[in-house]
Design a protein around this ligand. Structure first.
Ligand code: FES
Length: 155
């Protein structure tokens, strides 16, 4: 994992990947098995075990912009479509999986859309919905919380 391009505060709290199987994938399979046998509350607990990462500070993403970070073995784009409104999405374009920036840093935007550098797909900075280009599939949503000036994502 290389976090050297991440914002200065983007230090993962835990490592997510083990032997080619993500912890999330293993927990999802476990949760699905529990739900199958009717242990819903245990199933929900397994899902709740997602890890939380300090991805950046609120000042690292300007209003109206989008910025990609590498954390927890994933590329995540954080947006601030309106003042104090933050969103996070999987940074892989839903057309051919290219990341929305060639390296961690600013993602090209125009108004309220992010633009994929590969073939120009456009994604809404608030919802992640596809707004044009060669895909109609939205970006994957990532849970984001803000505590003071700290932006956190969970997956
Ligand atoms: S990979 Fe993004 S538009 Fe083709």
């Amino acid at each position: 994992m290389n976090d050297s391009f991440s914002c200065h505060s983007a230090k993962p709290e835990v490592t997510e990947v083990r032997a080619g199987v993500t912890r999330r994938a293993a927990l999802s399979a476990f949760a699905a098995a529990l739900a199958t046998v009717g242990l819903t509350s245990l199933s929900e607990s397994a899902y709740a075990a997602a890890k939380t990462y300090n991805i950046c500070k609120t000042t690292d993403v300007r209003v109206g912009s989008a910025r990609m970070f590498s954390i927890g073995g994933r590329s995540i784009v954080v947006t601030q479509p309106k003042r104090a409104v933050f969103r996070a999405f999987a940074a892989e374009c839903t057309h051919e999986g290219v990341t929305l920036s060639r390296k961690p840093g600013n993602v090209r935007t125009s108004g309220s859309v992010m633009i994929c550098p590969e073939h120009g797909a456009r994604f809404d900075t608030t919802s992640g919905a596809a707004k044009g280009g060669p895909t109609s599939q939205a970006l994957g949503k990532i849970k984001l919380t803000v505590s003071g000036t700290q932006v956190r994502v969970s997956f």
